[in-house]
Design a protein around this ligand. Sequence first.
Ligand SMILES: CC(C)(COP(=O)(O)OP(=O)(O)OC[C@H]1O[C@@H](n2cnc3c(N)ncnc32)[C@H](O)[C@@H]1OP(=O)(O)O)[C@@H](O)C(=O)NCCC(=O)NCCS
Length: 183
Amino acid sequence: MADDPRITFQRLRKADFPLLHRWLNNAEVALFYGVGDDNRKNPTMEEVVEEYEPRLKPGSRTRSFTILLDSRQVGYIQCYRVGDYAEYAKAIDLDDDAWAIDLYIGDDDARGRGLGARVIELFLEEQVFSLPGVTTCLLCPEPENERGIRAYEKAGFRYVKTVWVAEEKAYEYVMRRDRDRDA
Ligand SMILES: CC(C)(COP(=O)(O)OP(=O)(O)OC[C@H]1O[C@@H](n2cnc3c(N)ncnc32)[C@H](O)[C@@H]1OP(=O)(O)O)[C@@H](O)C(=O)NCCC(=O)NCCS
């Protein structure tokens, strides 16, 4: 634990699309992360552009970032208000004003070293709970994603329930952290 690289978040840029394409086709990422309403795994470059180009616009419902470790981009993270996605909000059936996070670490050598939990803690502070009135954040991995679940527990998230998300044809293991939780 001698050196502790600095974690920062950079707004997604068009120039990042080839990186996203590579990461989304990484075997470990593709196990649990896809794109589009149907959570398509291993997307083509065209599908990446179709999914992420609208995110570059200022009014995008989903806020997208790459994760930097010092000056190196190592992964992707996004957040959005659950209620802005009506079908998804119905499936989650919890709190439309909650925000949700999705993420992955794209580079193999950056995964499984404690980075995920640290990234989430910092992202919550800088990008989620800093938004006016946002007091609840959700993370919803697939129930089989034991590494993700463990990382999210380390970041203070607690299991709420498992739901069926019809559009993704998958179960999600809903985890929650409140801004004003007891320490
Ligand atoms: C999920 C992800 C973001 C977590 O980040 P990370 O940096 O790898 O996670 P961390 O190192 O902080 O924590 C992982 C924890 O899971 C544990 N773990 C690893 N593999 C595990 C397994 N198969 N079962 C249970 N726990 C496991 C680790 O030991 C560690 O816990 P510990 O610190 O108590 O020992 C990252 O692994 C990733 O991007 N995975 C691929 C894509 C993905 O799953 N995205 C999330 C979709 S919801």
